[in-house]
Design a protein around this ligand. Structure first.
Ligand code: HEM
Length: 277
């Protein structure tokens, strides 16, 4: 009788875990974990015990990217990429739709937040020397993400099709067109002809909506995969940095923290160990 509540909670846990186990069983291969195991491996990783708030800037940039993607999808449901209707569709979103002003404002300001967070994250990585071996490739991927992030802002700026957007794009495209050798060609490609007009808007819309977000998502995926694969670096002042052994006895296990379980099982409580690199 005394075991009854525990038995019930165990049953409840089994019911809650059933969909996850169902999904895991159907997505795993022999000896390899499936979707649930993969997500758990990504979320419950060992990290150095002396990391700081600076290490959260990458995740903050990821959050900003997700906010941009979600608000962008909502805006795309109402935006019309045509010079005769673009401005009016933006006015409609801002003034007539419920919380339209909020979604548009989040997307507009979120673009700057995303770039600022990218620079802060990059600054943290640079100051900690985390771009060095074996993380050079992740730095290179990060630079590509930064360039694409800024291009995303440039192509999105034209979409409201107001005076500011139009003339800012004239200046931006003309700057490209004055570049040596490929400059004039690049200008024509961006404009979709010799003048900024309907073709330019369609082109910018496609790049802003499909090409660059797709490339960014792929690069962010690769970036995060490398972070998980290589592990997060310790701060430069860490006693175990550069392969020095940790002084003193190993840290005592702490209760209540969850760390990686074997890739095929569900989360198991273990002590917070530190992978040092
Ligand atoms: C949307 C863009 C980005 C996302 C979502 C992202 C995400 C992350 C996350 C979650 C981490 C692990 C924790 C941390 O150190 O914050 C990380 C590490 C890293 N990131 Fe980024 N990042 C982005 C852009 C960049 C950029 C622009 C650079 C540099 C040009 C960069 C270079 C690196 C490097 C070298 C590491 C390894 C740092 C270490 O192990 O200490 N990342 N990134």
């Amino acid at each position: 009788m005394a075991n009854k509540p525990q038995g019930r909670s165990h049953q409840l846990l089994q019911i809650l875990l059933y969909p996850l186990n169902w999904l895991e069983e159907r997505t795993s291969l022999p000896g390899r974990s499936g979707i649930v195991g993969g997500i758990k491996y990504f979320l419950f990783r060992k990290v150095p015990s002396d990391i700081s708030w600076g290490h959260t800037l990458g995740s903050a940039a990821l959050t900003a990217f997700i906010v941009q993607a979600v608000t962008g999808v909502i805006l795309a449901m109402y935006y019309k990429p045509d010079p005769n209707s673009a401005y009016e569709s933006i006015r409609h979103i801002t003034d007539d739709l419920w919380a339209g002003w909020l979604v548009r404002g989040m997307h507009r300001w979120g673009a700057s937040v995303f770039i600022i967070l990218l620079f802060l994250h990059m600054g943290r990585v640079f100051l900690y020397g985390a771009y060095k071996y074996p993380r050079e490739l992740n730095w290179i991927i990060g630079v590509l993400i930064l360039v694409l992030g800024m291009m995303e802002g440039f192509f999105g700026y034209l979409l409201p099709w107001d005076q500011t957007a139009y003339w800012a794009t004239v200046v931006g495209v003309n700057l490209q067109a004055t570049g040596p050798f490929v400059g004039p060609f690049l200008g024509d490609v961006l404009r979709g002809g010799s003048e900024i007009g309907p073709d330019t808007l369609a082109r910018f819309y496609s790049l802003h909506m499909l090409v660059i977000p797709g490339a960014l998502a792929a690069l962010i995926g690769l970036h995060l995969w490398l972070v998980v694969r290589i592990g997060v670096s310790s701060p430069p002042w860490s006693p175990t940095e550069a392969g020095r052994p940790e002084p003193g006895p190993p840290p005592a296990p702490r209760k209540g923290l969850v760390a990686p379980a074997p890739r095929n099982g569900l989360a198991a409580p273990v002590s917070r160990g530190a992978r040092r690199r």
